[in-house]
Design a protein around this ligand. Structure first.
Ligand SMILES: [Zn+2]
Length: 119
């Protein structure tokens, strides 16, 4: 084990570095939940669900969760409604609505990084 600050080798069970006095393992131990270590902060389930229900046709909830590919497809479908008399917009709307409901119902429970959504 080595000091995070200065790299000095630490004695076993030491609470402070003998060289610089920094506390051992003080700040990095806080995030002990392993599933939260691969992509940063967990996002709000409710926010993502409501975004899906109200702005789902624009793919906003998927942008929010990091599912960029689906988000872009929804956005394109929505905008393509100008040339399809709203048909594709309706499809994107229903798709987003269903995803919004699935997010709130817990069927979609992780974001694109695999980080669980928080309530
Ligand atoms: Zn040190």
């Amino acid at each position: 084990m080595f000091c995070e600050k200065c790299g000095t080798e630490l004695a076993e069970g030491a609470k402070h570095c003998s060289n610089c006095g920094a506390p051992v393992g003080g700040q990095t131990v806080q995030n002990s939940n392993p599933v939260n270590n691969n992509g940063g902060e967990s996002k709000s389930k409710l926010a993502a669900g409501l975004l899906g229900i109200f702005l789902g046709s624009l793919g906003i909830h998927n942008f929010y969760l990091g599912y960029t590919r689906n988000a872009v497809i929804q956005l394109v479908l929505c905008l393509a409604g100008f040339i399809t008399c709203g048909l594709t917009s309706l499809g994107a709307y229903i798709w987003g609505l269903v995803e919004g409901i699935m997010i709130i119902a817990g069927k979609i429970s992780v974001d694109a990084n695999g980080v669980p959504l928080k309530d």
